[in-house]
Design a binder for this molecule. Structure first.
Ligand code: CA
Ligand code: CA
Length: 357
């Protein structure tokens, strides 16, 4: 081999594999006869040419594999973020709407005068063992920064041992958005019947129902609901915290039943906007309202911390998230997170309907 030619090839094979393409390209430009002579003689390949070819091939394959891995990881990240954002938006709509409708009694305002028909009967309620929860008609309740003990003491239908400690629990009572005609009343469902002048709760299908109030009577399905966070999604220990609810089902008699709705919810914080001068504009917000502050609340802020359902390889989350007045540090893990916050006007302020707390 010519001395100059040999120098070029020694240079090529001693450089890192990643530079092979560039050097071979240069060799092709400045010494095309290197390739042409060999081909013209039809003398096969030398070991050096074979090594160069293999090096080039490996480089190309390595590049393709790298592109595939990157693209796969990117698709995985996109999917996790997309699910997380969908979950966050869904919760904002769901809880936001419940809060906005809290304390709605089918256009009947004087909740203190709502009576119970003899047919009313709740199976498993969610009281503290003394008072029933479902039939206590306050529009909104909050249990702030819960512990297993405070949940067990206040909501005995909830899985207190699996509650996400430090999150808030939100209780909401209201009737459905739409009326139910007499002919469409379901057995096992509880309704509020009102004629504008009075109102009574009754059980669908119960003896002597619907109660006769006289006048223009209308029925509204009763929908007490409690939102809370549980520290698992499907099986205890799966470490996928979830947003769950307890609601009054339609068994006979109806029970407070638990149901989980959204996976990957790590924190829920609610703050209430207190109106001190009766102009229906909140003067300050508090996450631990007193009974008097609850009565004068005209707005509520919802903050949730949503997490990707699966971890994302090679991602380190060392951020800190702000939920109102609470800071939450990510655990240096591989989950994406996002905070969602919104402010809801309480359309049925407790000070209008006379609800106490
Ligand atoms: Ca709180
Ligand atoms: Ca005000």
């Amino acid at each position: 081999m010519h001395r100059q030619t040999l120098a070029v090839w020694v240079l090529v094979i001693t450089e890192p594999i990643g530079n092979f393409v560039e050097y071979c390209h240069l060799a092709l430009i400045y010494r095309p006869e290197i390739f042409m002579k060999r081909h013209s003689k039809q003398a096969g390949f030398t070991i050096i040419e074979l090594l160069v070819s293999m090096g080039l091939g490996l480089t190309l394959i390595a590049g393709a594999v790298n592109v595939f891995i990157q693209s796969n990881r990117s698709a995985q990240q996109d999917e996790q973020i997309s699910i997380m954002l969908d979950n966050g938006r869904f919760i904002m709509r769901l809880v936001g709407r419940e809060l906005a409708m809290a304390g709605y009694w089918g256009k009947y305002l004087d909740v203190a005068t709502i009576s119970e028909h003899a047919s009313v009967n709740v199976g498993t309620d969610c009281g503290n063992g003394v008072d029933d929860w479902a039939m206590d008609l306050r529009g909104v309740e909050i249990l702030n920064n819960v512990t297993t003990a405070t949940v067990a003491a206040n909501f005995n239908c909830l899985p207190s041992a699996s509650i996400v400690a430090g999150s808030d629990i939100l209780g909401i009572k209201r009737v459905a958005d739409n009326e139910t005609a007499d002919g469409s009343i379901d057995g096992g469902t509880m309704y509020l019947r009102t004629n504008g002048a009075g109102a009574q709760l009754f059980m669908g299908g119960g003896a002597g129902t619907p109660p006769a109030l006289g006048g223009d009577e209308v029925n509204w399905a009763y929908m007490p609901t409690i939102f809370y966070l549980r520290d698992y999604a499907v099986t205890p220990g799966d470490n996928l915290p979830s947003l769950c609810r307890a609601f009054l089902n339609s068994t006979s008699p109806p029970d407070m039943e638990n149901q989980c709705l959204v996976d990957g919810v790590e924190d829920l914080q609610i703050e209430f906007g207190v109106d001190t001068d009766r102009d229906f504009v909140a003067d300050y917000y508090t996450g631990s309202p007193t009974a008097a502050e609850m009565i004068n609340s005209v707005a509520a802020r919802i903050h949730i911390l949503v997490r990707s359902v699966d971890s994302v390889p090679n991602y380190l989350n060392d951020k800190t998230y702000v939920l109102g007045t609470k800071n939450v540090a990510a655990a240096n893990d591989s989950f994406y997170r996002r905070v969602f916050s919104t402010t809801i006007l309480l359309r049925n302020p407790t000070n209008l309907t006379g609800l106490g707390a």
